[in-house]
Ligand binder design. Structure first.
Ligand SMILES: [Zn+2]
Length: 390
């Protein structure tokens, strides 16, 4: 197998844990990376790089690990432009919400759903995302949830069963009956296609007791928990995530001191999704408070057609730096190694020997430009599993 060196890198973000103290990003200046097959085999100073058959000149630009987007909802159909437009225009809009997307998704063919999924994946890849998680949750029947997960599993290993997104419209008068379905026949059909189970723990969706029952049932079928927690209001979601050793509590916008303490003393990552606050004009999650308490923080897109229709991790990095108190270094770490931690992965989100050769080349000398030059398409090269895709 022939090796390739990518050299003349002004700033290389490795996220190498052995370089973490004092620099979480494990930065190497004037660096090179050697990849062979689908893996990184060497990183270090360009002057010390081993000889290889192939050479790519990074031209004095920055290289960082491919983004790990650990929270998205990409199996959907339909469009909610009018709902967004009304919200941003201060006009009431009575229809809309998740149920609009549920109706469109149920009505779509499998080919249509997969075409939409692959279009968004290509869009994300062009912006540097090389690993992504995605969820069901717009089917809400046994057949439609199973179909969504089966489709997603063709494109990623990080597939999440979210039958408990909202109570299906058919069960509006019988939420307990819907929880029985989600923990029974729907779980049986979905578990073979998923790695994770998720629940939207929020007023109007599922309360703490329902969420505990759903996640516990999923765990008994071999799925690991993650939770949509404390997005719209204070609630039990974060503490439940810690209690169940969920890989991630996602959103974390409304947190008590007890919630922050619980996260800080756990292996549960706080995944912040600023695209949602941007798209709903809501208050930002306080990343600074979490980081100062010692919580592990991830940044992801929450890409979905209703509340956060962006596939751009760089956009989320810029928001986190501008409005959530993160330093540029912290935001870049959260969008790479943090996302990997939220998926309990050590083979992505870092550029160290043995990790997957998932790399982003920026048209900039430093990763700081992701926040310094917001909205600018800086991603100029993407390698995934050692193959140059962009
Ligand atoms: Zn979500």
């Amino acid at each position: 197998m022939s090796a390739t060196v990518i050299t003349n890198i002004a700033t290389l973000v490795t996220n190498d844990p052995s370089l973490r103290d004092p620099d979480p990003l494990g930065l190497v200046r004037d660096a090179a990376v050697v990849i062979e097959g689908d893996r990184v085999v060497w990183t270090g100073a360009a002057s010390k790089a081993p000889a290889t058959d192939n050479r790519v000149d990074a031209g004095g630009r920055a290289v960082l690990p491919g983004f790990v987007d650990s929270h998205s909802h990409l199996v959907f159909a339909g469009d909610r432009t009018e709902e967004f437009n009304a919200r941003m225009s201060g006009r009431p809009y009575s229809a809309g919400g998740i149920r609009t997307t549920v109706a469109a998704t149920r009505a779509a063919s499998e080919a249509e759903l997969e075409a939409t999924l692959t279009r968004h994946l290509a869009e994300a890849l062009r912006q540097g995302t090389t690993t992504f998680e995605t969820k069901s949750g717009y089917g809400l029947t046994v057949e439609d949830e199973e179909r969504a997960l089966r489709l997603a599993a063709r494109h990623t290993d990080e597939v999440t069963y979210l039958g408990a997104h909202v109570v299906a419209p058919e069960y509006a008068d019988d939420p307990a009956g819907y929880v029985d379905l989600v923990t029974g026949a729907m779980l049986d059909a979905c578990a073979p296609h998923a790695r994770w189970i998720d629940v939207f723990c929020e007023k109007g969706a599922f309360d703490g007791d329902q969420a505990r029952a759903i996640l516990t049932a999923g765990r008994a079928k071999g799925l690991h928990p993650r939770i949509h927690a404390n997005q719209l209001s204070y609630g039990p979601g974060v503490r439940l995530a810690v209690e169940l050793d969920a890989a991630s509590a996602d959103h974390c916008t409304h947190l008590t001191d007890a919630d922050v303490d619980a996260l800080a003393n756990s292996a549960t990552v706080a995944t912040l999704l600023p695209g949602a606050e941007f798209s709903t004009r809501a208050a930002w999650p306080d990343a600074r408070r979490l980081l100062d308490a010692g919580v592990t923080v991830a940044l992801s897109t929450d890409c979905n057609p209703g509340s956060s229709y962006t596939s751009s991790v760089p956009f989320c990095v810029a928001l986190a730096v501008r409005d959530m108190g993160m330093t540029p270094d912290e935001a870049v770490w959260a969008a790479t190694a943090g996302g990997a931690a939220a998926l309990r992965r050590t083979d992505v989100g870092r550029l160290v020997p043995g990790a997957y050769a998932d790399l982003v080349l920026l048209d900039a000398p430093s990763h700081v430009h992701l926040a310094y030059r917001p909205g600018v398409p800086l991603v100029t090269g993407v390698w995934r599993r050692g193959v140059r895709e962009v």
